[in-house]
Ligand binder design. Sequence first.
Ligand SMILES: Nc1ncnc2c1ncn2[C@@H]1O[C@H](COP(=O)(O)OP(=O)(O)OP(=O)(O)O)[C@@H](O)[C@H]1O
Ligand SMILES: [Mg+2]
Length: 249
Amino acid sequence: MPILDIHQVSLNFGGLKALQDVNLKIEEGTTHALIGPNGAGKSTLLNVLTGMLEPNDGSVMFDGKPLLDVQPHDINQLGIAKVFQTPAIFPEMSVLENVTIPVFAARDGSFRMNMFEGEGRQRPLVEFAEEQIAELGLKDKMHVRADSLSRGDKRRLEMAICLAHKPRLLLLDEPTAGMARHETEQTIELLQGMKGITKVIVEHDMNVVFSLAEKISVLAQGQIIAEGSPEEIKGHPKVIEAYLGEAQV
Ligand SMILES: Nc1ncnc2c1ncn2[C@@H]1O[C@H](COP(=O)(O)OP(=O)(O)OP(=O)(O)O)[C@@H](O)[C@H]1O
Ligand SMILES: [Mg+2]
């Protein structure tokens, strides 16, 4: 059973058919890339999955349960997290504080500092936050203010925040956009290291796509026009056609 099953999803912005009868199955534990020309509907599809947009038609099952009735703030709790293009971090807080907040929220449903709670009960959660930070290579910067981090480190922090939610499905919309080459390489390594988390990645950089994805779906004008392994997609005539006038695949 796929962890995510998108069935016949259509979404219109007024007269514009942004998504048309989209069917997409994502297998648990895989990295699945969603590619396609500008305006194809990739971000729109991710926004449907986070509850930010409501489709006009179709259904989405996550882990065998309908997703579209779930409120956006509950979707995170279900185990779906999205990495935003601009890091969603608290600039004035330390790296550790930024990661501790979602760890507590994952346990309590929301973040409440409980002054009466013994340190014994809080300690394992803080340790879990510290582990996430160490895993992403930010151990030395644990107590540094978030806004003093480099862009690459901010991205790592954002990933650590995402992992603190213990997501089962991670949605990434152009995670390497605007990055220098070495930052892109670091991000690829980072994502390769996140084993066991299902990932859906929207990306224009084909080097990133071919380094990470086990399966690729191609969206053009709101429709899935091709699907397959990286090898199958590379030479696919429909894909080359969709990208004509853009970067060659
Ligand atoms: N909120 C909105 N209101 C109206 N039209 C929108 C809205 N969001 C997106 N669109 C339109 O829907 C279409 C799909 O947009 P979307 O952002 O999903 O494309 P995309 O594949 O993510 O493109 P890109 O690669 O440039 O990020 C585009 O024609 C876009 O202009
Ligand atoms: Mg987009």
